[in-house]
Design a protein around this ligand. Structure first.
Ligand code: ADP
Ligand code: MG
Length: 362
């Protein structure tokens, strides 16, 4: 997407449709005044049909591939390994859902501030944003004060602010963020001292957010800390990347065992979706591991996130791979993956994905 507009050609790729077919569909919707007409803008010497970024949610809600969920859903993205595309997956789901008109709130729970960085709201983390503020004449003290004024979950926990005060807007009108702040470390400690220590997030954050948002996405660190267990307890769905690397077998085995025990102990109805990630499409080993997962892990998606430069580029630009290069194969795979995840979320979890993983280890 050029910053504020998307051409209809790109829109066709984004939704995986033939261009002419999409045009027919759009014209019919425009004729019935269901969606606004697209605009013609001059691009060099030629003319292009485009929708503005603000119009996309309405348009995509009619011609896109993600539907509104029947009830608000809370999704935690977690596994006990770093660098396996947790934040990337959360970011892609959040942005694409918001572009489809779902109201989405992302809750950053990783002390590293990954999601806050990724959604570009984190002046506390983003070097470039800080440079720009210095360039605009702000001195280092003013910058530090501005960073300190960034309120997060810990401020809310202490009762210093209301929940609305910690929800930030982003570049997409339907996408909001509760940013990570350094005090998440303190919050994690404090939660351990509460009576109902696993339920704080669920009762104080997720429940109120569900009255305003269709989708709440929590991005976790790779550790079983109190923030993670709170997120899991308050979630309907766990989205768990499964890295297709040989040294991940043991990690997966241990993780799924721990998860099973945790769910049993907490009596959770949480459903788990495993997503294969980082497989190299032209290498046999990664594909064989992926195949093994497909045959042995229940609740694994058919599509995944391959290792690719495009994905890295999109992450560096803080956007989804579908916004970045919708005509590329890797983006199409992301579309199919998000369609799978979306139908799982919208159909009220009716797909045959069991909450306990039945993988047989030999
Ligand atoms: N498809 C991809 N292939 C390879 N690297 C990717 C891809 N998509 C994103 N990345 C990069 O991989 C790194 C780790 O991803 P991230 O989502 O932060 O992992 P996690 O949250 O599990 O630690 C990031 O620097 C990101 O830019
Ligand atoms: Mg992360």
């Amino acid at each position: 997407m050029s910053d504020q507009k998307m051409s209809l050609k790109k829109l066709a790729d984004f939704v995986g449709s033939d261009y002419q077919l999409l045009l027919v569909k759009l014209d019919e919707l425009i004729e019935h005044k269901i969606i606004p007409p697209y605009q013609k803008i001059k691009q060099g010497v030629s003319w292009q049909n485009v929708y503005s970024k603000d119009e996309l949610p309405l348009v995509l809600s009619k011609v896109g591939f993600l539907k509104k969920t029947k009830r608000p859903m809370a999704v935690t993205v977690f596994t006990t390994k770093g660098g396996v595309l947790k934040t990337t997956l959360g970011l892609n789901l959040a942005r694409v859902a918001a572009l489809h008109g779902l109201s989405v709130c992302v809750v950053g729970l990783d002390m590293q501030g990954d999601m806050t960085n990724a959604l570009g709201a984190g002046i506390n983390c983003d070097d470039q944003a800080q440079e720009e503020m210095l360039a605009k004449g702000m001195n280092i003290n003013q910058l530090a004060n501005k960073i300190d004024s960034n309120k997060g979950l810990y401020d809310y926990y202490k009762g210093d602010v209301k929940i609305d005060d910690i929800i930030q807007s982003t570049d997409l009108e339907n996408l909001f963020l509760i940013p990570e702040t350094p005090e998440l470390v303190a919050l994690n400690d404090h939660l351990g001292n509460l009576n109902r220590r696993e339920y704080w997030l669920s009762e104080k954050i997720i429940r109120p957010l569900k009255t305003h948002f269709d989708l709440i996405i929590m991005d976790c660190s790779p550790n079983w800390n109190r923030l993670t267990t709170n997120a899991l307890v308050g979630s309907d769905v766990l989205l768990s990347p499964l890295e297709c690397k040989i040294n991940n077998f043991r990690n997966y085995k241990e993780f799924s065992q721990f998860l099973r025990e945790f769910q049993r102990d907490m009596n959770l109805a949480l459903k788990t979706i495993f997503v294969p990630t980082r497989f190299v499409t032209n290498r046999r080993l990664g594909l064989e591991i992926k195949k093994w997962y497909e045959e042995n892990v229940s609740g694994i998606t058919k599509f995944g996130v391959p290792e690719c430069v495009l994905g890295e580029e999109a992450s560096a630009l803080n956007i989804s791979v579908l916004e970045h290069a919708p005509n590329k194969l890797q983006a199409q795979e992301m579309r199919l993956l998000l369609t799978e995840i979306g139908s799982f979320l919208t159909d009220g979890l009716s797909l045959e994905i069991s909450s306990t993983d039945q993988a047989q280890w030999s």
